[in-house]
Design a protein around this ligand. Structure first.
Ligand SMILES: [Zn+2]
Length: 447
């Protein structure tokens, strides 16, 4: 509900106004976000807002404002130079006020810290096919092998299905091209390659290999698009007489290319159609499974990996890759609250929490925030007549830290958690292990 209805309102055109907000107005928006976060998590009103945002997976306005502004700047610099928005974003005006700077200056400065401003960007391309125009059907795309590959197929089965499909869909008189995209760790130093073969593609006679770097940051989808692009561009340069077949192991690419030309919005894809439109022959694109010892696919996989090592300085960056980098780099301010800092040592929720009962999840969450009804210290907060003292050891206030230090249960912790005094971060790091201990020592919480 929050993500679908409230957040879009808060973030509507955020780049334009969020950077201008005063601290008190940012606080007002964060108050709305906190209310939503409490509804999502079921945590209490007193929960510190840092913990509340972490538990709900909501970012404070200071962070979303920066992300929006920088992403918007990244969008704008990709417009053509004669676009008025491009001109406004790049205009240098004197600031009337020193104190608050508009999105232009802030975003430009922060963006330059994330991505070198001299690195070229892929300009926006608009799909210029009017909806009434019939698409020139010049391409047939197949996202599956003749006998569909199943997830649990062995390498031998996959290779059999791939070989059979390649035999049936190869171009007998034209070129057979294998394309592949690659990226280090999926996001850094991308590379793309196409290898051009003649003869039976199952035993290919490679006549050309083309490699191209796809950017210091990239997405695997973009690399796959560039691989297809260099294969198509090679064809266009040859002015072929016979229809070629292009083999790729990227399902997302074949699925995107299988859609109507008029639906294409991604500039990397639109570029493919522009080349296809100029080709004198029809094109067949066939998906084949990866990593099953198909010679052409193995060769292009190797070439794409080599392409990642090429000089990336002039490789234009894809928008989605930069957007993802902005999200990664622009993070909420570090946790200031000392106890929370010790607890939230990793991103929450831990995957193990997703399988817990609602009650177990709530206890884990609430204990992390330090504001949990079961704790004597919390009961004392609500009602000063309540004794905050731990009943088990009678020597300390029972707060969220004490449950990991209470002397009455040292042996139990040693036995169950291998550690008599574990760090409270166990609630974030290993909640599945914390639950049995809590259940054994504080059974009434779970009643
Ligand atoms: Zn105690």
């Amino acid at each position: 509900m929050y993500q679908a209805i409230i957040n879009p309102v808060i973030d509507y055109n955020a780049a334009a106004w969020q950077p201008w907000l005063s601290k008190s107005n940012i606080d007002k928006i964060d108050t709305i976000k906190r209310t939503a976060a409490r509804k999502i998590t079921g945590l209490y009103v007193s929960t510190p807002s840092e913990a509340l945002f972490l538990e709900a997976g909501i970012h404070p306005t200071i962070t979303t404002g920066q992300r929006h502004a920088i992403t918007s700047m990244e969008k704008t610099i990709r417009l053509q130079a004669d676009n008025p928005k491009f001109q406004i974003a790049n205009k240098d005006t004197k600031q009337r006020t020193k104190k608050r700077q508009g999105w232009r200056n802030m975003a430009k400065k922060m963006l330059n810290e994330i991505v070198n401003k001299n690195t070229p960007r892929i300009k926006w391309k608009h799909n210029q096919i009017p909806p009434w125009q019939q698409t020139k059907k010049k391409i047939s795309v197949n996202s599956q092998t003749i006998n569909p590959v199943k997830p649990d197929d062995s390498i031998v089965e996959k290779r059999m299905k791939a070989t059979e499909t390649i035999n049936a869909s190869q171009s007998l008189y034209g070129y057979n091209i294998f394309t592949d995209g690659s990226a280090e760790a999926g996001t850094n130093n991308g590379g793309a390659a196409a290898i051009i073969t003649v003869g039976n593609p199952n035993n290919p006679n490679i006549i050309d290999t083309i490699k191209r770097p796809t950017g210091t940051v990239c997405t695997s989808f973009h690399s796959e698009c560039v691989a297809m692009e260099i294969g198509l561009q090679w064809l266009l340069d040859q002015n072929p007489q016979n229809s070629p077949t292009i083999f790729t192991d990227s399902k997302s690419l074949t699925e995107a290319m299988g859609k109507d030309q008029r639906e294409q919005k991604d500039p990397s894809l639109i570029k493919l159609w522009q080349i296809i439109d100029q080709l004198p022959v029809d094109v067949k694109v066939q998906w084949i499974p990866a990593h099953c010892d198909v010679k052409g696919n193995e060769a292009v996989d190797k070439a794409a990996k080599e392409a990642t090592k090429m000089d990336q300085n002039n490789a234009p960056l894809n928008f989605n890759a930069v957007k993802r980098l902005i999200q990664r780099e622009i993070q909420p301010p570090p946790i200031a609250h000392p106890r929370l800092k010790k607890t939230y040592t990793r991103r929450v929720p831990h995957p193990d929490e997703l399988h817990m009962t609602a009650k177990d999840r709530h206890i884990i969450r609430a204990l992390r925030t330090g504001h949990f009804k079961g704790l004597k210290a919390y009961q004392n907060r609500l009602n000063p007549d309540q004794d905050p003292q731990c009943e088990d050891c009678q020597s300390s206030v029972q707060d969220s830290t004490h449950i990991w230090e209470c002397e009455a249960h040292t042996n139990r912790r040693r036995a169950m958690l291998d550690d008599p005094y574990p760090n409270p971060s166990i609630l974030a790091e290993d909640p599945k292990r914390a639950i049995p201990y809590l259940r054994a020592v504080y059974p009434n919480w779970f009643a």
